[in-house]
Design a protein around this ligand. Structure first.
Ligand code: GLC
Length: 430
């Protein structure tokens, strides 16, 4: 058994740490401008103008079963969909707002179709829910709000009542956690401090200096409600209250994340994008290479974490060719290498990864996986292994890898030609 003890979580995270790999889906009106999901805030777009996206929202190629099949083929075991992002638009038929997919030309409850399709493929279901809301009339104008620079912003802010908005969130979370069966993950996003003095986005009249956190969200009540409706649900930490999940975003931890106070290992999930933004961004050129995509997954598991890999569907509702190619990279590799990912974690500390490699180890401790991120010439030496190992093979084809002992060091003999997989893995039977 793995010797690591992990901080206990209020929700059921055992399946989660086993499954390791999920799909994040950012879909909303921002797929239409196709230049970042924050566009309403970045460009301070007025409501009337943003409304054009609502009036033209009609993702005719949307097929949740196709999304689910692609996620499953890529080796993902769960998914998290934006039921509402910061723009405030809801992908579900909420009775508490008109600003929802069922009132667009598309008319459909996208959350319902997502849940049905992903569940049918055997994937676990996650809901992302934005705490931030740039459409709700009661949401006080803060440092990120699209109206922050309006000449009459302070006047517009008067009378906005955060309690009304917090109650709205509870109503919607109740809908989401009541109307769609068992929900495995609730992903709140996000809390922020007041900006530093002198930041032009912070104004003297803004409440809490322009930031929002657990008090404003009434996070205790919100989370208590979620736990009452869905005991066992996994909740992230972004409502500014410690829950189950630590969520490093667009950066890769190089070691297992530890609790700030107790030093215990925590349950964590890195979230990453194919190309920088989360929503569909037509002109973005920063698509990650196939190797980098695989390294993100391998490096994450080698540090005891999960990876949530994001797709931003187009305004037609499908994954574009670049996203499909990226998913195919995972599909091709995971078909043969799932064994070094699922049910695996950081290798025991006695094992040190040779240069250019990353290690994972099965939870039962019986198999060690050496991921050859840089393919070595002729042989690979690893210390402190000779007395512990029985056998070695490539994972993708179960072909024996010959090895020699040199004291407690093992020297694996490798073929001169790198096998035809992006990251070959040596499976060591201990
Ligand atoms: C953020 C961003 C956002 C994205 C998310 C994913 O903080 O505001 O657009 O949804 O994180 O982690």
């Amino acid at each position: 058994m793995s010797s690591y003890s992990i901080k206990k979580t209020p929700g059921d995270t055992d399946w989660f740490r086993h499954d390791r790999f999920g799909m994040f889906i950012h879909f909303g009106l921002y797929a239409l401008p196709a230049r970042h999901e924050w566009i309403k805030s970045y460009e301070c777009i007025p409501e009337e103008k943003y409304n054009l996206y609502f009036e033209n929202f009609n993702p005719d190629l949307f097929d949740a079963r196709d999304w689910a099949r692609q996620a499953k083929a890529a080796g993902m075991k769960y998914a998290v969909l934006t039921t509402k992002h910061h723009e405030g638009f809801c992908l579900f038929d909420s009775q508490y707002t008109d600003y929802k997919s069922t009132n667009t030309p598309f008319k459909r409850d996208i959350v319902r179709e997502y849940v049905d399709a992903f569940r049918a493929e055997g994937l676990k279901i996650g809901f992302y829910y934005s705490l931030i809301d740039w459409h709700h009339p009661s949401f006080p104008i803060d440092r990120f709000h699209p109206r922050r620079n309006d000449p009459d912003a302070e006047m517009q802010d008067e009378g906005r009542d955060m309690h009304i908005y917090a109650a709205y969130m509870r109503d919607q979370v109740r809908e989401l956690l009541t109307n769609y069966g068992k929900i495995d993950i609730l992903w709140f996003d996000f809390s922020y401090d007041a900006p530093p003095a002198g930041d032009p986005n912070g104004k003297p009249w803004m409440r809490n200096g322009g930031g929002k956190g657990k008090e404003q969200w009434e996070a205790e009540a919100l989370i208590a409600l979620a736990r009452e409706l869905q005991p066992g649900i996994i909740i992230d930490n972004r409502a500014d209250l410690e829950q189950d999940l630590w969520t490093p975003e667009q950066w890769q931890p190089t070691e297992w994340i530890k609790h700030e106070k107790t030093g215990e290992f925590v349950t964590w999930e890195a979230c990453q994008t194919f190309s920088g933004s989360w929503g569909y961004f037509r002109d973005e050129m920063s698509w990650k290479s196939p190797e980098m995509l695989l390294h993100l997954l391998i490096d994450t598991v080698s540090c005891g974490g999960n990876l949530l890999m994001n797709v931003g569907p187009t305004g037609r509702g499908n994954f574009d060719s670049r996203a499909q190619k990226a998913l195919n990279v995972f599909e091709d590799w995971m078909r043969y290498h799932g064994r070094s990912i699922y049910g695996c974690t950081m290798a025991e500390p006695e094992f040190k990864a040779p240069a250019g490699t990353k290690l994972t180890q099965s939870e039962d401790g019986k198999r060690l996986y050496i991921h050859l991120e840089t393919y070595p010439f002729d042989s690979l030496a690893m210390e402190n292994l000779a007395d512990k190992m029985k056998y070695a093979q490539f994972l993708h084809d179960a072909s024996e890898i010959l090895w020699e002992k040199d004291g407690n060091r093992v020297i694996f003999k490798l073929p001169a030609v790198k096998p035809d997989v992006l990251v070959p893995v040596i499976e060591v039977i201990l």
